[in-house]
Design a protein around this ligand. Structure first.
Ligand code: SAH
Length: 258
């Protein structure tokens, strides 16, 4: 009878306690493992700040406002600091590379300035450029895979930069980015998201005096080059770091695997 009573006691109280503990555990997991997309995006930005990759508040603010999950296929692994395949033999660059390029171009991404993103892929960095140069600025993406142009526009439409697409201060075009995009030239900032065997002359020509271009240069071994155009039109180039990007090439070569 005593045993029977303790079994009843457990069924009445112990089972409830067990259920309560499970519920608390589920709430805990929800808060720390999934969290909202924007809060995990913020955590990614904070980690890039802690490591000193992001040093400016404006860059942090802009990267916080543009949720990276909207630009990664299925949103999977969006906040992991690694490049990821986006199809068509292309990749979205790692968050630390996006942050580094924004940081290198920050002075040339002031409100009202013109920015060109060559090899704009997912549109992530084009959206960030748009947010940096608004209001009255202009951000242009050029990408030679038409399917990526369409999906990048869809991505941007879901993001905080959607309004810029609507008002025309941000646009993405299907074209060979080695020729730049003369319509909105000269540019204060040019970013190239694919490695060029050498710096395309058209991009140097479309850089404004005082403008800056960040471009990976090389084949197997690549350097991220920073090209500054002085007010007299002369050029200075320095190497920032070693990098690994997909090539800046023809659409045919890219689709057959280079
Ligand atoms: N910054 C982009 C990088 C994408 S990878 C992102 O993070 O999403 C490099 C991109 O350059 C690819 O999308 C590729 O299709 C594009 N590309 C390569 N050669 C090109 C060219 N000649 N003209 C335009 N885009 C080019």
């Amino acid at each position: 009878m005593k045993q029977y009573n303790s079994l009843l006691y457990f069924l009445n109280h112990g089972l409830w306690l067990l259920l309560l503990l499970c519920h608390i555990q589920i709430l805990h997991n929800k808060r720390f493992c999934s969290g909202s997309s924007m809060s995990r995006n913020k955590a990614m930005v904070e980690s890039l700040q802690r490591y000193g990759v992001i040093r400016s508040n404006k860059v942090a603010e802009v990267m916080e406002s543009i949720d990276r999950a909207l630009f990664v296929p299925n949103g999977a692994g969006a906040y992991i600091d690694s490049p990821m395949s986006i199809g068509y033999n292309a990749t979205i660059s790692a968050p630390h590379m996006h942050a580094m390029c924004l940081q290198l171009l920050e002075k040339n991404l002031q409100p009202g300035m013109h920015a060109l993103d060559v090899g704009s892929g997912t549109g992530y960095l084009t959206a960030c450029f748009g947010m940096m140069v608004r209001p009255e600025g202009c951000a242009v993406g050029v990408e030679h895979i038409p399917e990526l142009v369409s999906s990048s526009i869809e991505n941007i439409q879901k993001s905080a930069a959607a309004q810029l697409l609507k008002d025309g201060s941000l646009s993405v075009h299907a074209a060979d980015g080695r020729k730049g995009w003369p319509e909105f030239a000269p540019y204060d900032a040019i970013h190239v998201g694919a490695a060029a065997p050498e710096i395309p002359q058209a991009l140097i020509d479309q850089l404004k005096p005082g403008g800056r271009m960040v471009i990976p240069v090389g084949n197997m071994f690549q350097d991220l080059k920073v090209v500054d155009k002085k007010s007299d039109g002369s050029i200075s180039v320095h190497t920032e770091t070693s990098v690994r990007y997909v090539p800046l090439t023809s659409r045919e070569a890219q689709l057959r695997g280079y």
